[in-house]
Design a protein around this ligand. Structure first.
Ligand SMILES: *Cc1c(COP(=O)(O)O)cnc(C)c1O
Length: 382
C-alpha cells in the first residue's frame, strides 16, 4: 500500500515513524539525549546536538508534516514559540495583514513584540476578501489568518485568501489549531505555512504544551529550519513522545468531539434564551457554506453569548462536568471565559470590537456523552 491511497484514519497510525527502526519497539522511543557521539567529525552523523535535531522530535515533526500534506514539520515548546519563530521570517520594514478575530497571544505577539522590530500589522475582517486586498501596501509581506477564528468562529475563504497572497507575493500563514489536518489541510488550498498549538487537539489530553509549523515548499522549509535552530524554542523529547501518542487517536477523538459539538450547538440554538451561538455547523452561521466546501467538518468548539457577566459567571459556577479553564481540544470538555482567559491580553476596546463581550463563553467539547453535557448545561442555565 502506498501512503497516497490510504485514508486519514490509516495514515494517522502509519506515518512511517510508528516503529523504532533500531529495535522494532511499537512506540517510538524517547531519545533523552542533548548530544550525539561523532565517530568522525569530518563526516558528521545525522544527529549532532538536540536543538538542531533529535530523533524523537523528528519522528513527530514528520508525522504532522505528512498529515498536513507538507514536506517539513517543526516542533516547538509551545504554540506561541511556533508562531513567534514563524514571524521571524519577516524583517524590519515589512508589513503583515492579519485577521482581526485572532488568538489573543498572537495578537499580543504582533502588537507588543514583533512591532518592536519595525514589523507592522494591520488587522482586517478577513471574512471579506476585499478587506484583505484593501490593506495590502507596497511593503506587505505576510498574511496571517485563523479559521475558524477564536473565539467567534468566523470562517475565512482559504483558497481565496491564498490566491490574493500569491498575486501580491505574500507569505500566507494559517493557524490550523481549531481544525487539525484531519478536518482542514490549508497547504492543499494554496497556503504556504500551517501553524498549530499542538497543546490542543493534536496532543489532545491536556498534558503537554507544544507547537508545530508545517511547510511544503522546500526553500521555505530550509528557512524555517534555520529559524527553529537559531531561536531554539524546540520541543523536548518527552513532550514529543506525548504528542506522538496523542496524535494516534486524533481521528477518533475529533469524530466524537465534533458530533458532540454539533448536538450541543443545536441544543443551545434551540433554547431561544442564548443571545448568540457561534458554530460553523449551524446552517444559520455566516460561514457555513465556505466551511462545508473547504473543510471536512465543523470542529469541536462552540462559543455562545449569555449577554452579560452575571449569567456567564453563574454558568461557570454551576456546571459540574467541564473543566472551567484556559485551553481547548482535550479529551475532557473545557469551558473558557475568553474575556478573562485567552483574550485577557487584548485591550477592552479591541476585544469588544471583535464581539468578545462579557457574556461570551467558549465550550470545547471533549469525549463525554453529549447528552450528559447537555443535561449539565440545562441544570446550570436554569
Ligand atoms: C492555544 C492557542 C495558541 C497558542 O498556543 P500555546 O500552545 O498555548 O502557546 C495559538 N493559537 C490558537 C488558535 C490557540 O488556541
Amino acid at each position: 500500500m502506498t501512503e497516497k491511497n490510504t485514508t486519514f484514519a490509516t495514515r494517522v497510525l502509519h506515518t512511517g515513524n510508528e516503529i523504532d527502526p533500531v529495535t522494532g519497539a511499537a512506540a517510538f522511543p524517547i531519545y533523552q539525549a542533548s548530544t550525539f557521539h561523532q565517530e568522525d567529525p569530518w563526516n558528521p552523523p545525522a544527529y549532532e546536538y538536540a536543538r538542531s535535531g533529535n530523533p524523537t522530535r523528528n519522528a513527530v515533526e514528520d508525522a504532522v508534516a505528512k498529515l498536513e500534506n507538507g514536506t517539513r514539520g517543526f516542533a516547538f515548546g509551545s504554540g506561541m514559540a511556533a508562531i513567534t519563530t514563524t514571524l521571524f521570517l519577516f524583517s524590519q520594514g515589512d508589513h503583515i495583514v492579519a485577521c482581526d478575530d485572532i488568538y489573543g497571544g498572537t495578537f499580543r505577539a504582533l502588537t507588543q513584540l514583533i512591532n518592536r522590530f519595525g514589523i507592522e500589522t494591520t488587522f482586517v475582517d478577513a471574512t471579506n476578501l476585499d478587506e484583505i486586498r484593501a490593506a495590502i501596501r507596497p511593503n506587505t509581506k505576510g498574511l496571517f489568518l485563523e479559521t475558524p477564528s477564536n473565539p467567534t468562529m468566523k470562517i475565512i475563504d482559504l483558497a481565496g485568501a491564498a490566491q490574493i497572497a500569491k498575486e501580491h507575493g505574500l507569505l500566507s500563514i494559517i493557524d490550523n489549531t481549531f481544525m487539525t489536518p484531519y478536518l482542514q489541510r490549508p497547504l492543499d488550498l494554496g497556503i504556504d505555512i500551517v501553524v498549530h498549538s499542538a497543546t490542543k487537539f493534536l496532543g489532545g489530553h491536556s498534558d503537554v504544551v507544544a507547537g508545530v509549523v508545517v511547510t511544503r515548499d522546500e526553500e521555505l522549509g530550509k528557512r524555517l529550519y534555520f529559524l527553529q535552530n537559531a531561536c531554539g524554542g524546540v520541543l523536548g523529547p518527552q513532550d514529543c513522545f506525548l504528542l506522538q501518542r496523542g496524535l494516534k487517536t486524533l481521528k477518533v477523538r475529533m469524530d466524537a468531539s465534533c458530533a458532540g459539538a454539533e448536538k450541543i450547538a443545536q441544543y443551545l440554538y434551540e433554547r431561544g434564551d442564548i443571545e448568540k451561538v457561534y458554530y460553523p455547523g449551524l446552517p444559520t452561521h455566516a460561514g457555513h457554506e465556505i466551511q462545508k466546501a473547504q473543510a471536512d467538518g465543523f470542529g469541536a468548539v462552540v462559543s455562545f453569548d449569555l449577554g452579560n457577566e452575571a449569567r456567564a459567571r453563574k454558568l461557570m459556577e454551576r456546571v459540574q462536568l467541564p473543566l472551567v479553564a484556559v485551553s481547548l481540544g482535550a479529551v475532557e470538555s473545557i469551558l473558557s471565559y475568553p474575556r478573562m482567559m485567552s483574550h485577557n491580553g487584548m485591550p477592552a476596546n479591541e476585544r469588544l470590537k471583535r464581539g468578545i463581550g462579557d457574556g461570551l463563553l467558549r465550550f470545547s467539547i471533549g469525549l463525554e456523552d453529549p447528552d450528559d453535557l447537555i443535561a449539565d448545561l440545562e441544570q446550570a442555565l436554569k
